[in-house]
Design a protein around this ligand. Sequence first.
Ligand code: MG
Length: 395
Amino acid sequence: MKRIAILGSTGSIGRSTLEVIASHPDRLELIGVAAHSRIESLSEQITQYSPRLIAVWDPENAAALSRKIHRQDILVGTEGLIQMATHPDVDVVVVATTGSQSLLPLLRAIASGKQIALATKELLVMAGELVMRLVQEHGSRLIPIDSEHAALFQCLQGVPPEQVRRLVITGSGGPLWAYSREERKTATRAQVLAHPKWQMGPKITVDSATLMNKGLELIEARWLFQLGLEQLGVVIHPEAVVHGLVELIDGSIIAQMSPCDMRLPIQYALSFPQRWTNLPPALQLTRLSGLHFLEPDETQFPCLRLASEAAEKGGSACVVLNGANDVAVAAYLEGQIQLGDIPILIEELLLQHVVIPHPTLDEIFSVDAWVRQAAVQKLPSPSRKLAASADRIER
Ligand code: MG
């Protein structure tokens, strides 16, 4: 029996993880759930799944949940998430929060020898070097839930590292692939949030529309698989059937194919090294009309260029990329800026920043705090948001 704690249980990955756990009651036991602030959803999960440990990052919401469900033992804040992630009764920590608040809990869980199933790619973007060093030092295991990385992880089973030439992650192109560059700049939230292939949370869906998601995934792959950037590539694959490909030194390519259903990578991360049943049926190959692979165009998708540049610079440049993107995406979702403003904001902040090549944890946190504050200051004030956005788009 594997005993699981989920950081970020009310998000899209968290909810799918609960489904996977519930479909294997003889193999998986839910020990804890942690959420940022969505206590309505969390209290429903508590009623349905009866976890022993509950954590809420936001103190006010923790207090409100405590009153609502009449429990005094709710863990609170970053310290609460750490207590859950390092609890002796937990074997596997699923990290699926949206923000950077789970970085410290992740590091502490690794240091206490927990197995990690990681969905929050942003944490590897911010602190990949530190995270992977800690994984090696403590002999922990970190298994990706991100579908492309889960695909690569599966393809790499049994392949010696010296036989790998290159890893390729695929992207569907996102909801705005067919738009012109101008149309993409002013795309509405309804257009952006209508992803053709994946049902996901709003942050990652916006990242899919700008292709920042692929950029973040390149940086994630670099750390996860410990490869140079020249050994990593992105291709656009609109059918979203192949999720990742491993090219070997003899020119052979191994690919992983499956339906767009996050329960598969989640379940594999929990069942590894075994494979279990209880998932939706496999693809019907004869029903596929074709598979296409296209080069992504960085002039069409400036966020992909910015991510590649930050990856080349390395170190704290990736912290800036991630923090600026987080703020810009949130501002877009709030209606404060247009989609085309996102790369402008990120680029301005990357240009202002002097890169620290191998940042310590304190330096990561301080650059993260700086970039978030600086990004907020660059946002148009609500009263002049439309005019300001229009000005900026014309640049
Ligand atoms: Mg992905």
